[in-house]
Write a protein that binds this ligand. Sequence first.
Ligand code: ADP
Ligand code: MG
Ligand code: MG
Ligand code: MG
Length: 401
Amino acid sequence: MSAYHPLNEAEAIEIARTLPGLFSPGAELTSREIGDGNLNLVFHIKDASASRSIIMKQALPYAKVVGESWPLTLDRARIESEALLLEGTLCPGLVPHVHLYDPEMSLIVMEDLSDHVIMRKGLIEGNRYPLFADHISTFLANTLFFTSDLGMNQQEKKEQVKRFINPELCKITEDLIFDDPYRDADTNNFAESIRDEAEMLWHDGELHLEIALLRHKFLTHAQALLHGDLHTGSVFIREDSTKVIDPEFAYYGPMGFDIGAVIANLLLNYAGQEGWTRDEAERVAYRAYLLETVREVWNGFETKFRKLWDDQIQDRMSEASTAFQDVYVKSVLQDAIGFAGAKMIRRIVGLAHVADIDTLTDDATRERAQRLALAVGKALVKLNRRAVTIDEVIEIAEQQS
Ligand code: ADP
Ligand code: MG
Ligand code: MG
Ligand code: MG
């Protein structure tokens, strides 16, 4: 393959032809770019007659942010492919199979998951996914335990931290989640109708202290290899299957950041439900389903993580102690709650929003959803260091709505 340049659809087909073992020579291939085009190109390449297809994801050297170009390292394609491979060994079946990574073109060739839907879309349509909590809690427990100092050789872990140094993508998170929403920043993006809410965020000292502590933890706590962007747009789902995609933000950070991302995105959908489920009884039931899923995600994570701990750590006496395990798990819960709150807040006033709320067509309904998401988000951030159980999260959501 030649030197790096953004591929067009015809070039994507030519590259697909050269990949060993995928398409037969002379196959008639079609190619369609299906990404949203802000950071990456995503090509869907198909051989209709053999009903075979693949996805090719290529990193672009810039991000389009508020009309400007923001240079962004192509190294994130390496990080994404290495994270997918590692997650695939730790959680078989829960990520797409990677056929190939091409460093020259910053290109990942992977399994086509078009028979799944993006979970955010599925939740907006009111679907339920009975296996999601079990699958995602397995993903979280296995990836977080086995990449941490608990679940791997502590010298090898340090080497692994080096492979996943991701400063530019981390800076996006540091700025957009932990900084800009709390001041009058140019990147902020909110309707004038909720300016009162935004201004309250800029002047809330209690909130600023908690956000500073969370930001500091994100910066310094190299606890486990995170996915780093685990919202419901990074989950492909069916009733019987869950696949996590898009770990280009992967780096060593606090476990609660990934768990909090899942919780936040379930709660953002919860906040939008007034617009999505018009019938009140149905809405109450769907919201109960979402909150039950939050509870099951945490409880599933805790059970599986503690089991791994009990099974894997017997020789290092101090770490084998139950008291240490209890303190450790409690601090992961507290972090998850704080990060969940921060993620909810930024999706309302910060640069990047979520369709669960933004695509509500009625202005008044959308505004109520935004105010609800902010109320829940702020309450979670303020709770975080005091939290003892996941039930407190459920209670906050129920009380605010
Ligand atoms: P980005 O990092 O630019 O957000 P994603 O990896 O999230 O890129 O992919 C963007 C979109 O491309 C997804 O929402 C999905 O529609 C499509 N896509 C990505 N990976 C696959 C895949 N393995 N199979 C099918 N579609 C995919
Ligand atoms: Mg995208
Ligand atoms: Mg991405
Ligand atoms: Mg994505």
